[in-house]
Structure formats: C-alpha cells, structure tokens
Write a protein that binds this ligand. Structure first.
Ligand SMILES: Nc1ncnc2c1ncn2[C@@H]1O[C@H](COP(=O)(O)OP(=O)(O)OP(=O)(O)O)[C@@H](O)[C@H]1O
Ligand SMILES: [Mg+2]
Length: 466
C-alpha cells in the first residue's frame, strides 16, 4: 500500500479505520515504511515475518496492536491482545512502544489504565485490552487467558512446546490471529511456520524482511556491522536468512532445547557453583552462577562486569559467591596468579584454571557434552544466547584452530567461558571443596534416570573418589 502524498485528499474515516497503515499514518502519526505497510495490511490468520535487526519489528508490531485495539474486531467490538516474547524484558519492548504511541498522540484520551507490574496491561476506554507477558517457564504466565490476537516477538526463540501448549490455546476460543515475528534462528519451529507461509496454505502468509528495507536506518551502519561479526551471524541477523549452524560449536537445536526457566536468587538448601572469566582483552568480564542441586543444572545468575578494576571485580564475585551460600569459584587465572590469591583471600573455595589450547578445548567440549545430554538449562538471556549461538571454531593465519567469538569489535565470548568454568566445577570437585560433586548429583537423580546416569558416568568417567 502506498500512503497518500501530502497533497492527496485525506481518506475517509471508514477507510482509515479499515487500514492499519492508514490508521498508523493518520491517527498514530507514524508512517509505516513500505514493507511494514505490506505486513500491516496482511490479515491472514497466521502471519510470519523473518526480520533483520532494526527492520522495524517493534514499531510495526506496536502499530498493528494499536489498530486492532482502537478499531476493534470486524464488528467493532473490543479486543484482547497478548504480546509474548521469550523474556519479560523483551515483551515489554513492544508494550513500551504501544504506551509511547498511546500517550504522546491524539489517542491519549482513549487510555483508561496502564499497569506495568507484575505484568504489563493497557486498558482502553472502548474495552480493549493489551497485555504483554514472558513465554518463560513453558508459558506459565500465559495460561488461562483468551486473545483475539497473539503477537510473538523473537518467536524463533520460543520453544515449540510453549507455542503448542501455551500460546495456540490462547486463540482457540476466539479463532484469533497468530503473528510470529523474529530474526531467524536455524531451521526450527519458526522456520516451519515460515515455510508454511510460503506455500499454498491460504491461512498463513510469511515474509522475509532484511534490515536494509528500513529506510530510517543507514546502509553504512548496516554494512559496518559486517566487520563486527561472522558472515553467518550477519546473514542471519541483518539479512534475515535461515541458516544452518555448521561452523558453530553449540548446535542451535541444543541451545533452543536448553533455553528455559528464569534467573533466581539464592534459595536455602540448594547448592551453587560460580564461573568467572575476568577481563583480559576487553574491559568486560563475565560471571555465571549455576544451581547444581538438581539435574539439569540451571543458570541462576549471569552478570557482566565492566572495567578492569580487579579489586572491585573480586569484591563483586566474592559477594555473589557468598550470597549463593559460599559457592565454589572456578576462574580463569591465566597469567594472573595474584588475582586467584585475592579470591582465595576472601575464604571462598576457588580453583584457578590456566588456559592453554587443550584446556580450553576440554572446557568447551565438556559444555557441549552437558548440553547434548540435556544436563544444563538457562533463561533466555539475550547476551548469553548470542554468545552461544555464534561461538565458533576458526582457523588462525598460522593454521591453528581458535575457539571463541570472532576476533572483531563487539563480539564477546566471556559468558560462554564463565559458563564452561562453572561446568568444570562439577567435573573437578576435588579442586572446589564445597561444591556438590557430580556423583552427588547422580545419586540424587535416582530411580527413573538410569539412562541419564549411564550417559553422565560414561561422559565424565566418574569414579568412586567423587
Ligand atoms: N515507520 C517508521 N518511521 C520512522 N522510524 C521508524 C519506523 N520504523 C522503525 N523506525 C525506526 O527504526 C529503528 C528500528 O526500529 P525498531 O526498534 O522498531 O526495529 P526492530 O526491528 O524492533 O529493532 P531491534 O532489532 O533492535 O529489535 C528505530 O529507531 C525506529 O524508531
Ligand atoms: Mg525490537
């Protein structure tokens, strides 16, 4: 749809009401760009958009939501819409955009109430409701509500199970619309929906929108991103291509399967370990706390610490480990024995690992093994997921294999290293006295987990010393 030039007559009110992009332009005061308008005008029961970063997903989704909320369904009746994203923070991004558009324009008299906590909810005076919820914990926060439309942002990172068991049921009574928007992430469920929308099924339409289709983002900016990431990452994230994960270390379906649950403060009776990758090359270090009291192990805290002030970093790591019941620390102490001494001086059990290529390879291999065995889960934390997805094997100019993020500005792998170090605490219990050992965990698994136990024992060659 082409929007009217300034000189063209203003369309009639019914025409504006009928068209989400005219509504956006004339009522909400935002002119959708060409491909946003194409997406907004699509009324298919299922519509899917594979988008590059900065294409304008949040803006388009907010405009779509606003239109249906204000105009109502085909008979003008109020509607209920649910915005869903892998985490609460991501869900509120579109919610915030909706709120901004509502508050700052001619639509503000239509707002009856806006609630932010515990869940985002906007009520309009016409009776329409807009909610935003996280898909975490297999969609636990979504259950029990119907909706005329569900918009799933970053849908490629929501599990098939959550989609089937928590999201689709929301639409069952209303015969409502399902909107899936995401940057692509391999050939997973989102891709299957995308494929469906490319075929003959009239109820489903899909689109591929690379970032450069947003005229408000400069091409130079997009091109500059090429230098900060691998080709694979650039093609997935900016060109919106569905790719395989051949050159990456952690296979994407494994990452997908492990992504669940939420961060959590220390709980009595549970046991934790902490992995720390101190700042070396970047002014950036990473800490992961793993709950190892039940299987699979779960990431409960994930922090990046800025700056190279080691005193401050040690204080933070020690405080975190103390708060988690004196969690055993495993840290990268390569070329920095003094730092290890500082942590030991706090009284915490701590192992310093000296990185060589084989040691790093072993650490990463262990992390891969644990993931393959379903032994680890983590919340949908964008920074961690990003690092895991693109962690690669690359060949250096001398022909050696290098592990990690590509050597480019803006590409980090510290969280992955911290996670691998935390996993090591379970492999080397003798060096971190106070942590629960893998053997303890195997004991706890008990009846019904014989296969997992056998796999763990084989993988880590557990012996009776543990
Ligand atoms: N129709 C529009 N008119 C003006 N600016 C727009 C429009 N659509 C998007 N933008 C601008 O383009 C930028 C990216 O938009 P938006 O945040 O909606 O994209 P996104 O795809 O959600 O990005 P991200 O990948 O960061 O989540 C923002 O600065 C936004 O204001
Ligand atoms: Mg966005």
């Amino acid at each position: 749809m082409t929007l009217h030039a300034a000189t063209a007559p203003v369309p009639s009110p019914p025409a504006i009401r009928a068209s989400p992009s005219l509504f956006a332009h004339f009522v909400a005061g935002v002119t959708p760009h060409r491909t946003q308008a194409q997406f907004l005008e699509d009324r298919s029961p299922v519509k899917v958009a594979a988008c590059g970063r900065r294409w304008g997903k949040s803006t388009a989704a907010a405009l779509d939501v606003l239109h249906l909320a204000v105009v109502g369904d085909a008979l003008g009746r109020p509607t209920e819409q649910m915005i869903v994203a892998p985490s609460a923070d991501q869900a509120t991004i579109i919610g915030d955009e909706v709120e901004r558009l509502l508050q700052n324009g001619p639509l503000s008299p239509l707002v009856r109430s806006i609630v932010h906590a515990p869940f985002f909810e906007v009520a309009l005076t016409n009776g329409s409701i807009i909610r935003a919820r996280s898909a975490a914990n297999e969609g636990k926060y979504l259950r029990g509500r119907g909706a005329h439309r569900v918009i799933v942002d970053e849908a490629a990172f929501v599990s098939e199970r959550t989609l089937q068991e928590a999201i689709l049921p929301l639409l069952a009574d209303t015969n409502g619309q399902l909107v899936l928007i995401s940057t692509p992430f391999g050939h997973n469920t989102f891709w299957e929906y995308f494929q469906r929308g490319q075929g003959v099924d009239p109820s489903c339409h899909s689109y591929q929108f690379p970032s450069h289709q947003n005229p408000h983002i400069s091409h130079a900016y997009i091109e500059a991103q090429r230098d900060t990431m691998t080709d694979l990452q650039f093609r997935a994230e900016w060109l919106a291509e569905f790719l395989d994960d051949h050159s990456t270390v952690f296979k994407w379906p494994l990452i997908d399967a492990a992504t669940r649950g939420v961060l959590c403060g220390p709980l009595p009776g549970r046991r934790y370990v902490l992995g720390w990758d101190p700042a070396k090359y970047h002014d950036h270090s990473a800490v992961i706390v793993l709950d190892v009291s039940s299987y699979p192990w779960h990431v409960v805290a994930c922090e990046t610490l800025e700056g190279r002030d080691y005193g401050r970093q040690v204080a933070r790591v020690a405080a975190l480990a103390q708060s988690y019941g004196g969690a055993g620390v495993v840290m990268d102490a390569t070329g920095n024995a003094a730092l290890l001494e500082q942590v030991l001086a706090t009284g915490l059990p701590c192992e310093g690992v000296t990185f060589t290529n084989p040691v790093k390879q072993q650490l990463i291999d262990n992390l891969v093994l644990v993931l393959e065995r379903g032994g680890l889960t983590f919340p949908p934390l964008p920074a961690l997921l990003q690092e895991l997805r693109y962690y690669s094997y690359t060949l250096t100019s001398s022909g050696a294999v290098k592990l990690g993020a590509p050597d480019r500005a803006g590409a980090f792998d510290d969280l992955v290293t911290a996670l691998a170090l935390a996993i090591r605490a379970m492999m080397q219990p003798a060096s971190v006295q106070r942590v629960v050992s893998l053997h303890d965990v195997v004991d706890q698994l008990g009846v019904g987990y014989e296969r997992e136990i056998a796999a763990l024992e084989k993988a880590y060659a557990i012996d009776s010393r543990y």
